[in-house]
Design a protein around this ligand. Structure first.
Ligand code: SF4
Length: 158
């Protein structure tokens, strides 16, 4: 939940969900887990559950308040398609991405393929039915970091 990041390929991070579960060898050195545990130790209330999946509904509309266009890494501290994240929550996140079409959103996942199939159907539905989603300016990049794919971009991992 920051508009400044040390990650060279993005300008800001947006975390409507925090916490995750290790699902592949690529998760071994997950920086998100280390950071979440550190933030909990520092008393940050967002990380009161440590690295357990936690929804932050109050963060969903954050990109709408950022007027300057940015590349926004969605869920740098989690995986939006984690099985514990309800579909209607994912739907709301993608609705905000469709509305805030002056940004570029970067969504990476290592989620199980079976979940991805249903959730990407949901995403396609949102992007094709939402008025802003039909705009050429609405650019949502989906990084499909398939489990075990050597060339997959990292999300919370290293
Ligand atoms: S955030 Fe990414 S790297 Fe970390 S445990 Fe989740 S899927 Fe694995």
């Amino acid at each position: 939940m920051s508009d400044q990041t040390g990650i060279e390929w993005t300008d800001a991070t947006w975390n409507p969900v925090t916490g995750c579960t290790k699902v592949s060898p690529g998760c071994k050195n997950c920086y998100a887990e280390r950071l979440a545990l550190r933030l909990r130790a520092m008393g940050n209330p967002r990380y009161r559950n440590g690295f357990a999946v936690t929804l932050h509904p109050d963060q969903i509309t954050l990109p709408l308040r950022w007027r300057q266009p940015r590349r926004i890494f969605v869920n740098s501290m989690s995986d939006l398609f984690h099985e514990a994240v309800p579909d209607d929550f994912i739907y709301k996140v993608f609705e905000v991405m469709a509305q805030a079409d002056w940004h570029v959103f970067q969504v990476l996942t290592k989620g199980p393929v079976i979940n991805k199939v249903s959730n990407f159907s949901l995403v396609v539905d949102i992007m094709t039915t939402h008025e802003a989603g039909r705009s050429a300016a609405a650019e949502v990049r989906l990084g499909l970091a398939d489990v075990g794919r050597a060339d997959a971009p990292p999300d919370g991992g290293e």
